[in-house]
Design a binder for this molecule. Sequence first.
Ligand SMILES: [Fe+2]
Length: 403
Amino acid sequence: MTAEALAAEYTTTADMGELAPYAGGPDLTDAASHNGSVQLTWEDGTQADFPLMWLRDHCACTQCRHPQTRERLVRIIDLPETLPEPAVTLTESGALHLEWPAMEGFGVHESLFDAGWLHQRADASRADPLDVDRKTPWTSAIADALPVVDHHAFMNTEAGLSDWLQALDRYGFAVLRNGPTEPGEVIRVAERVGWPRETNFGRHFDVVSMPDPNNAAYTAVALEPHVDLPNWQRPPDFQMLYCLANESEGGESTLTDGMAVARALRDRDPEAYRVLTETEIDFRFQDESSDIHYRAPVIGCDDYGNPTVLRFNNWIRDTLRLPAAEVDAFYRAYRRFWQMLRDPAWTLRFMLRPGEMIAFDNLRVLHGRDAFDPNTGHRHLQGTYLDRDLIRSRQRVLERSRA
Ligand SMILES: [Fe+2]
């Protein structure tokens, strides 16, 4: 095909079968096939090599990518292990056109790549924008600048929802205010984002003082800072606690940026940090119908030793099964971390009011409450859990329309 014919055929942006925006990026100024790759140069000076197999695998034509589901149809296992050099052309609209010669089992095949789409993928080391760590550590001083979103704005506007999602990303918590006090509102709030995650405590749970409790939360006692369900292999990523009534004396809530405290522990007492990140201990919840157990360190880390998952919950810590020689070191480290988690300098304290909801990253931000006196008035919170995948999904979908 001549360059003129191509230019006439491809006057619009190549359809890459993506819902995330990619059009409008810099145009390609040069493309050449060499040594099993296509070398590309864009008008902003960016240069990148794309191996032939990668390009063939990412062909977005309707035979290679399903036009409805946008899922991959092309199977590299059906192609020769070494691909022949394609004819490389730039179209008038700045897209990359490849014409693959016939190969065993395949006729001539054409691939068209949008220049902006390729530009987004020029740096393979660049993470998905939402996977970039945007966490801002905080202390008790955050009380002066709480991430608060109005319930009506959250439920009815994209901006309100987006502000709430961004606060969760950044601070690991967000407050909703001025909501109704109808039972079940916590589920309606969760459904604004995705689907609530069910656990052995149900689709939602009622935090009230009960006569026959199966969990500390269902009593009136104080709750030390903790994460929920560390006894699960995969504890809930996010928790939401919605206040319907709070007339009892006491019962102030607390939030603590446990990830910030864990990093401080690593600086101040590296040995305690090492013990809590390397020593696996048991967590267990048991009642008449469940027995859910998991063994893991109190502080889970990534490959670089940075804390990623906290499992601090003293009342569902199970029998400590460690060699006797390790027991004292564990208790020392555990006590040290606990002392720091209790430090008022790290603790945000507040009274939840009816119609308010806190949502928090259950693996990062620890929550707690003071004891309350159930004889002085009614206290009723409803809670549920949400998966991080659904929080991220809602953010990505919102970002499509904002781009
Ligand atoms: Fe809890």
